[in-house]
Design a protein around this ligand. Sequence first.
Ligand code: ZN
Length: 500
Amino acid sequence: MEIREATERLMELQSRLSAYQHAMGIIKYDGVTTGPKGVAANRAHTLAILSADQYALMTGPDTKELLAFLEEHAGELTREQNRMVFLLGKDLKFMDRIPQDEWVAYRRLLTQADDVWHRAKAENDFAAFEPLLKEMFETKVKFAGYAAPDEDPFNFWLNHSEEGTTTELCDRFFDVLRERLVPLIKKIGEKPQVDNSMVRGDFPAEKQRELGLWLMDIFGIDKEHCGLEETEHPFTSTLGSHFDTRMTTNYHRESFTPSMFSVMHEGGHALYGMNCNPDYAYTVLDGGLPLGMHESQSRFMENYVGRSRGFIRFLFPKLQELYPEKLGSCTAEDVYRAVNRVQAGWSRIEADEVTYALHIMVRYELERDVLAGKLAVHDLPAAWNAKYKEYLGVDVQDDTHGVLQDSHWCDGLVGYFPSYSLGSAYGAQFLKKMKETVDFDACVERGDVAPIKAWLKENIWQYGKLYDAQELRTRIFGGPFDPTVFTDYLEAKFTDIYGL
Ligand SMILES: [Zn+2]
C-alpha cells in the first residue's frame, strides 16, 4: 500500500463512520423529540443492525491493516492524520475486546433503557427502570474488565472518556470544592434570602421558545445549521458533522429561567462544535473534545456569560417585553440576584453555581460505589435520598425528583457527571485568561458576545479534537489546572450578591 492510498482510505473510513453516526443519531433524536412514543422496539431493531455494521467496519481486517500501516508510517503523516489514527486506534482497541454480540446487545439495551426511563420518570416508577439500570451498570463493569482487566472499572470509564481524568484527580478536586464551598454556603444561609418571586409564576411554553430562539441569535448560532426542539432532558447532538447540530431544551411553566439557561448551556455546546475547522467535517477530529472540555464551553456560556450582572442587564428589556406583568416593576439588579439565588434543591439542572457541585458529588459517589459493587442498584433511590439530605439538606419528594431526574444513566454515560464541575472550573481559568485581552464585562453588558466567541474560537473551538484535552488546557492556562480560580470566582461573586 502507498501512503497516498492509505490516507485516502483513512478519510473514506471516517466518512463512512460519520454516516453511521448520522443515521443512528437522527433515529435516536427522532425518538426523544417528535417520534410517537410506542415505536422504541422498531428503533431498537434498526439501531441494532446499524451498530452491528458499524462494529464490523470499525474492527474488521481492512481497518486493522490500514491503521497498522499508518502507525508504521507515522513520520510521513501530518499532525491531523496522526491524531486521526490515534483516536481511531483507541476506539478500535476498545471495541475489539468486546464480543460483537455483546456490543449489539448493549446498543439495544440503551434504546430500551431510554424508552423505559422516560416512562419511569413520568410515572415515578423506579422499579420499572431498575432491571435495565442494573444491566447497564453490569455491562459497564464487564466492558471495563474486557478493556482494562487490571484497572478499577469506574476509573477506567473516567479516563476512557477524557484522558487524564481519574478518581484521584476528582477526589482532590472535590476536596478543594468541599473545603471552600461548604463554609460559603453556610455564610450565605445566615443572610436574608434573595427574592426570586418575579421569575416564578406561569410562563407559557411559546414565549419561552421565543426567548430561546432570540438567545440563539444573540449568541450567533446559525439556525440554518442548528435546530431547537423540546425534550424531557436538554442536550445537544451533532449529526454526521458539525454542519448539522441539534439543541433541545425543556419548558417548565412555573419559571422561564430553567429553559433560558438550558438554551445558553446547550448553545455553548453547539458553538463549540459548529466552530471547529470545517476541514475536520466527516473525520474523528470534528466537533469538540468530550466531557470536561465540552462542559467547560456550555457552562461558560450559561454561567460566566449568562448569569453575569452585565448580561442580565442586557437581557432585562427583552425579558420585560416578554413578561411585563411579572417584570414590569422590578430592576435588572433584582433579576440578576434572583437568577443567582443560592438555594439547595432537588434539581441539578436548576441548581445555582455554588450548590451545583454538591449535586455532582452525590452522583459521583453513587456511581463509584455501584461500580465497585458496594451499592446495589435496588438501593440507589434510598442512597440518593440519604446523600441529598446529608449534603444539601434536601428531602427528596419522590424518585421522579430524585434518582430518575437525569437521563445520563439510560444513555450509558458513567463517569460523566464530574465533567460538569470540572468544566465549570476549567471555564473559570479560561475566563481569567480571556480577561487579559478581552474586555469581557463590557462585552456582556452590550450583549456583544463576538469578541468572547473569537477568543474561544482562536484558543479552543477551531481545533476540534486535534489536541489532547490536557495539552490544550495547559497551552491556554500557561500552567497546571488550578481549581482555586473557580472557588475564588464563586466567593467573590456571592460575597457581593449576599453582602457577606
Ligand atoms: Zn452539557
